[in-house]
Design a protein around this ligand. Sequence first.
Ligand code: NHR
Ligand code: GAR
Length: 219
Amino acid sequence: MTRADLRIAVLISGSGSNLQALLDAIAGGEIAGRIVRVISNRAEAGGLERARRAGVETEVLPHGDYPDRETYDAALAARLNTVSPDLVVLAGFMRILSDGFVEAFQGRLVNIHPSLLPAYRGLHTHARALQAGDREHGCSVHYVIPALDAGPVIAQASLPVHETDTPESLETRVRTLEHRLYPLVVRWIADGRVAMRAGRVCLDGEPLSRPPCITAGTP
Ligand code: NHR
Ligand code: GAR
């Protein structure tokens, strides 16, 4: 049986380099899906131009226009529902989503987070990994649940931390890994290989006991 292309909506706040990696993977035929809408909470997000260049419809929904988080999230959900997404991808989206929003999209809402979860939920992950003296760092793609960065992890990518690393150098190298990991996971989802069932990630029908991890081939 052939599946219809996955309808993907992407939420961004910034440069959109992860969005670009997804656009490139779709253009290269690696993902059985298409991006039907990109929404940013910031008008100046660089990712908006990347989307337009790829012929993807964009929308800006500034959070400052809404009195509170719940009202903003209700507007965001309403805009998303106009394109009937099968998957909502957070790609550097910097607004915490309220429980109601997450529940409405649960099981079709994923995020990429710049740490090897469960380590370093929240912000400033590279500085915190350095500060702790970690020898390994990386990124994780997870299903979003109401608790911040606490949803079940689908897959991770790791790299060695160097003696000379700074938060900025780590951010650069982790970002490059993100650009490999996110398209890979979205490909699995589009192929129907990954799903969240009873709060756990299943890959090829089997609940994962630990998420698969890709490693940086070179230092
Ligand atoms: N929402 C829920 N409910 N659960 C998650 O796991 C979420 C989420 C929304 C976004 C991405 C996330 C990350 O990968 C994400 C995961 C923003 C903040 C934050 O503190 C924290 C984590 C993440 C995204 N945002 C501030 C806020 O008040 C604003 C910070 C800013 O604008 O710079 O929303 O780490
Ligand atoms: C990425 O490194 C992503 O992991 C991180 O923001 C960056 C977005 O870059 N996300 C978070 O920190 C979420 N709190 P991009 O806009 O170039 O894709």
